[in-house]
Design a protein around this ligand. Structure first.
Ligand code: UDP
Ligand code: MG
Length: 324
């Protein structure tokens, strides 16, 4: 199969028939073998019934329905396990992303060899204060931290080589950082395409301002896991040692002062409390590091690597537990 279109949705009943018809109108003339996968993320407005009807009319339409609302990341993650196309395109269901962009995105992945092409809503039709400005800041920070020169990390319209989406795991609010996850996983050919953006036609946005707090916490998690996930002691050990040694040096200084002058009151010195606190924190860091090492030793993916090619070697799948 050439192409899988993945569409996560929560309560978008009015948009679905229009979106499905538009996709058909754009894709059918191109002779592509494709599927459209709707992921109903716990809609309560009858979206699923519409998807069932669309499927009855067109077997290219496929669907997956969650029992409750798990979030956009969960929806994408679940669909990514099921897609069959060589290229996977994700888009929002609310008609803000235009199906007209899909063929070019598909071409960039198929022919230009990109692992991932992200849409860039250069001209955006959303609320300036709650969406556009915060998202500029968010993108600038993510760009800086990840070193990926994208303008619009959170664009719902993206295209991937299937391998990419099946290699990474998205949960929480991490759909905003798929390019970062892809880069950590080793996929470096990341491109960008300016895409047309449209005002929301029906319904309303499912994300409020709280997404920025959650978004930044997730960024912290991603950066930490990407850097130290498999070697937590290198983080906790370093900072633990630094803290502990600092405390030790201050204590040394205090003890020396006491030895030189027996009237010196240790407990009157702020440095005394500082030394105490810093040493305790240092030991805590070390302990956290050991526990984290124990956890990561047992992680199911501790020995899963993305093997690009093998020369004269069998795939080890099935031979060693967890070795692929
Ligand atoms: N969405 C979802 N689960 C959720 C929230 C949103 O599947 O819990 C879908 C939503 O239906 C839409 C896409 O994610 O297809 C983007 O959401 P929305 O348009 O509300 O976000 P915005 O464009 O305002 O950032
Ligand atoms: Mg939208």
């Amino acid at each position: 199969m050439d192409l899988s279109i993945v569409i996560p949705l929560k309560d978008e009943v009015e948009s679905l028939p229009e979106l499905a018809a538009w996709l058909e109108q754009v894709l059918d003339p191109r002779g592509l073998d494709y599927e459209v996968v709707f992921v109903d993320d716990g809609s309560t407005d009858g979206s699923w019934e519409v998807i069932t009807r669309l499927r009855a009319a067109n077997p290219r339409v496929k669907g997956l329905r969650f029992l409750r609302n798990y979030g956009k990341s969960a929806a994408l993650n679940e669909a990514f396990r099921a897609v069959r196309g060589e290229v996977v395109v994700t888009m929002d269901a609310d008609l803000q992303d235009s199906p007209e962009e899909v063929p070019e995105l598909y071409r960039m992945v198929r022919e230009e060899g990109y692992d991932l092409v992200s849409g860039w809503k250069r001209k955006r039709y959303d609320n300036v204060v709650t969406k556009n400005l915060p998202s500029k800041l968010f993108n600038a920070i993510t760009r800086r931290i990840s070193g990926i020169p994208l303008h619009d990390f959170n664009c719902g319209l993206k295209a991937y080589r299937r391998r990419v989406v099946q290699q990474i795991e998205i949960y929480g609010e991490m759909h905003r950082y798929i390019p970062v996850l892809a880069k950590w996983a080793g996929f470096r050919r990341i491109g960008e395409k300016v895409v047309e953006h449209r005002a929301r036609k029906y319904g309303r946005s499912k994300f409020g301002l709280e997404r920025f707090i959650n978004g930044f916490l997730d960024l912290a998690t991603i950066v930490f896991i990407g850097k130290f996930g498999k070697k937590p002691m290198q983080f906790f050990g370093l900072w633990g040692t630094l803290c502990f040694v600092t405390g030790l040096l201050i204590s040394g200084y205090l003890v020396a002062s006491k030895l030189l002058d027996s009237a010196y009151m240790l407990t009157n010195r702020p440095a005394f409390y500082l030394a105490l606190a810093v040493m305790v924190i240092g030991i805590q860091m070390f302990l956290a590091g050991f526990v984290a090492e124990l956890v990561s030793r047992n992680a199911v993916d501790r020995n899963q690597y993305a093997v690009e090619e093998r020369l004269g070697l069998e795939d080890a799948e099935g031979l060693l537990p967890g070795n692929r």
